[in-house]
Ligand binder design. Structure first.
Ligand code: SF4
Length: 402
């Protein structure tokens, strides 16, 4: 099992963000906030609830995401990890990631305190090193904070560091993005996530772009940022193992691989989703509603039962995000359908346009295919869904066979 813990607090809100979080404001110490104290109490209660149900289960990875988990006092992170270790089987080899924003690591000792609390992988949200762009997207840190954060994380003994970056930001040019990547590689991370900015409905940035107060780079420039940026990172020793993720050999994020490979996951905290034994549920995103559900021990009352067909389709979508791709024989064994021969024309067209490759029994996207992955995945999803609805027997319940 893999575990996700959602921390719904940020210092301030970034203009592009649609994640669930409450801004505590600058200068507010998380430790002193009643909202944060209530959150921690409820989180420990939720953990105890799941421990009564699944206690003793092996946990391979824990991921503290948000929000800004690094706002939490390291002592609290340590207490939660200790509870997990005492009620579940959390081995010494478990990957324990904490998302951190650079401004939270300004103090010289904080990274070391998270390390001492049991965190062994830090994922630092840098996004860009350019001051104008940091301001334009409403980040609370400066470029120099990022350099400092990566440095103190290494000094604190973190042997596994991810830096989160974004391309396609307002005012960003191709050369500037490629220069940023060069600077980031010099910071010597083990893993780099590079996400293309998406304009989320209802965000301040979407409004600004709609009103002409901000402009995103032209689509052609964004394509070049992805293609050349990815090629540069690979040439610098970072394996392009998923559409937005690059890692040195052996440093792929085990937690995210768990999602893409269809492992069971337990999500705790407001808005966190869980999928266990073919059932899926999502916690309320409102903190009070979540706390009420936890106190009543009614978190998975309305769990959705995933059919084998739905799981097969989901696996198809997730596997095709990875460089390894989808094992065609497994798809056929489980669904009873041949994905290639059932969609000959589409597959042939994508192959001729160098959007997909079929190698050693796996179907995967090329880098050009990754660039237009949304369109390809949607197309394949619809075709595969139609195949599964076509009267043949329901796929076998055999997600593990992938
Ligand atoms: S710090 Fe992260 S979660 Fe918080 S508002 Fe910014 S992007 Fe969203």
């Amino acid at each position: 099992m893999i575990v996700y813990i959602h921390v719904p607090f940020c210092r301030t809100r970034c203009s592009y963000c649609a994640f669930q979080s409450t801004a505590l404001g600058r200068g507010v110490e998380a430790a002193g906030s009643p909202l944060v104290r209530d959150y921690v109490d409820t989180l420990l209660l939720e953990l105890a609830h799941w421990a009564d149900r699944f206690g003793g289960a092996e946990i391979q990875t824990v991921f503290w995401g948000g929000g800004t988990p690094s706002l939490l006092p390291p002592r609290i992170v340590g207490i939660v990890l200790d509870r997990l270790a005492s009620r579940f089987n959390l081995g010494a080899r478990a990957e324990i990631t904490l998302e951190a924003n650079p401004e939270s690591l300004r103090s010289a000792t904080r990274a070391a305190e998270f390390r001492a609390a049991g965190v062994n992988r830090l994922s630092i949200g840098i996004q860009t090193l350019n001051e104008n762009m940091l301001r334009a997207i409403g980040r609370a840190h400066k470029g120099k904070d990022s350099l400092h954060a990566a440095f103190v994380a290494r000094e604190a003994g973190f042997a596994n560091i991810n830096l989160d970056m974004m391309w396609g930001l307002p005012g960003q040019g191709i050369r500037q993005w490629l220069q940023t990547l060069k600077d980031v590689v010099r910071m010597n991370p083990d893993h780099i996530s590079a996400y293309g900015l998406t304009l989320e409905p209802g965000t301040a940035l979407e409004l600004a772009v709609g009103e002409g107060r901000a402009a995103l780079p032209p689509e052609r420039d964004q394509s070049i940022m992805f293609m050349e940026g990815s090629a540069f990172l690979e040439a610098s020793g970072y394996l392009h193992y998923e559409i937005s993720n690059f890692a040195r050999m052996g440093f792929q994020c085990r937690h995210n691989l768990g999602y893409w490979e269809g492992q069971d996951y337990l999500g705790m905290g407001p808005s966190a989703t869980s999928t266990i034994a073919g059932r899926r549920w999502t916690n309320p995103s409102d903190q009070r509603a979540w706390a009420n559900r936890v106190s009543a021990a009614r978190l998975d009352d309305n769990a959705e039962k995933l059919t084998p067909g739905a799981r097969a389709l989901e696996t198809l979508m997730l596997r095709l995000r990875t460089a390894r791709g989808l094992r065609l024989k497994s798809w056929k064994d489980i669904t009873g359908r041949d994905l290639l021969s059932g969609n000959k024309k589409l597959i042939q067209a994508m192959h001729e346009n160098k959007l997909i490759r079929i190698r050693n029994g796996y179907l995967s996207l090329t880098r050009g295919g990754m660039l237009v992955s949304n369109t390809i995945l949607l197309n394949l999803f619809e075709r595969a869904d139609a195949m599964l609805q076509s009267g043949a027997p329901e796929p076998a319940e055999a997600a593990r066979a992938w």
